[in-house]
Design a protein around this ligand. Structure first.
Ligand SMILES: *Cc1c(COP(=O)(O)O)cnc(C)c1O
Length: 369
């Protein structure tokens, strides 16, 4: 808090509140250092960052994407007059199913936009292979994936471009904010123009840009939170491990299988799947019952994006069986660094209590006998 107040005083005395100020430059330099790249641009939020990415890369026609994501992934396509084509996800980690992507490619397809949902890495190699063989651009919505590494490499370096969101509800945040990291260094100046009305200098506007600049206060918050990122993740690992240990053997609860050992996960979310038959009540009922106990879970991501009224007419490739099942069965449990382990224990006890309350009589008989 002290450091933050000091930073605020610095901003006031600089008399520079936005438009590529010194604090933003410092934040940018820190991130370039963290991600070991200069191909990095900051924005006032992740949604505009993604819209600008698609615009700057001249993505058009159709884009293959996931329905199991936050709506902004699809909105960014729509704002660029691109037709989304929804393809199903795979059942373990809920990311776009590469086996189903190829069948959805048409002569109009120009790109794949996949989401590292919950921070789970997509099938990076398979998607890269499909993109290369069909000459498609490969973009990742990495809004949940800050801090995720594959071996020693950040997840930001896969595909042609990754978008990160620094919204206050995300693992890493700058109040609000967004970041693009990209392969082609030629895109940097284009993204910089697009986020600042297309201004090249005081008198030249080189393209019809928008206003998507990050301000000094956002950058200050980002610098502060970045300093605590390791602590935040370490805390979440403890919480997630406790949840996994306590919920592992509860009938009707399925945890995400352990990620491959080379993946360093960020523990951004704690999704569990509820099997109605085994658990004795469905996800909706558990969501409501937990609320009565003051446990606020989230139904990320329900409804599926393709079921929102504004996307009902959009192409859906196949029945989306896995995505529908996930949308109906997943709850994400509370996970944040201020959450006490005793509270995690209590949440697990409540879940177990609700489960035993609702087991149909014939199942109770068989499990006792
Ligand atoms: C949060 C989020 C966004 C949007 O980011 P903002 O910074 O809130 O605009 C986009 N995609 C996904 C998957 C998100 O979770």
């Amino acid at each position: 808090m002290d450091e933050f107040s000091q930073g605020l005083e610095e901003i006031w005395s600089n008399r520079w509140l936005t438009n590529d100020g010194p604090v933003l430059r410092r934040f940018t330099a820190q991130l370039c250092n963290t991600f070991e790249t200069d191909n990095l641009c900051l924005f006032n939020n992740g949604t505009l960052a993604l819209q600008i990415a698609l615009q700057g890369m001249e993505v058009s026609g159709e884009v293959i994407t996931t329905p199991f994501t936050f709506v902004a992934t699809t909105h960014a396509l729509f704002w660029n007059k691109i037709r989304p084509v929804f393809v199903d996800i795979e059942p373990d980690y809920y990311t776009l199913d590469p086996e189903k992507v190829e069948a959805a490619i048409t002569p109009w397809t120009t790109a794949i936009l996949a989401t590292h949902v919950y921070g789970h890495p997509c099938a990076l190699n398979k998607l890269a292979d499909i993109a290369r063989r069909h000459n498609l651009k490969l973009l990742y919505d990495a809004a949940h994936a800050f801090g995720v590494n594959i071996g020693n490499q950040s997840i930001a370096h896969f595909g042609d471009l990754s978008m990160f969101s620094f919204h206050a509800t995300k693992l890493f945040h700058s109040l609000e904010g967004g970041m693009l990291i990209f392969r082609d260094s030629g895109l940097k100046s284009k993204f910089d123009y697009l986020k600042n009305f297309g201004f090249k200098n005081e008198v030249e506007v080189v393209m019809p840009g928008t206003n998507a600049k990050m301000n000094e206060f956002q950058a200050l918050m980002g610098i502060q939170v970045l300093g605590y990122l390791n602590e935040i993740v370490a805390r979440r690992i403890k919480i997630a491990e406790l949840y996994r240990d306590r919920l592992r053997d509860v009938p009707g609860i399925r945890l995400t299988p352990p990620l491959p050992s080379e993946i360093k996960y960020n523990y951004a979310y704690m999704p569990i799947e509820i099997d109605e038959q085994e658990f004795g009540m469905d996800r909706e009922a558990l969501y409501a019952r937990l609320k009565e106990w003051n446990v606020y879970t989230r139904r990320y991501f329900y409804p599926l994006v393709c079921d929102f009224a504004c996307y009902r007419n959009v192409t859906v490739n196949g029945p989306l069986t896995v995505a529908r099942r996930a949308a109906e069965r997943i709850l994400t449990l509370p996970i944040y660094d201020g959450l006490e382990l005793s509270e995690v224990e209590a949440i697990c006890e409540i879940v177990k209590f609700l489960q035993t309350q609702n087991v149909p009589a014939h199942r109770m008989g068989s499990s006792v006998g």
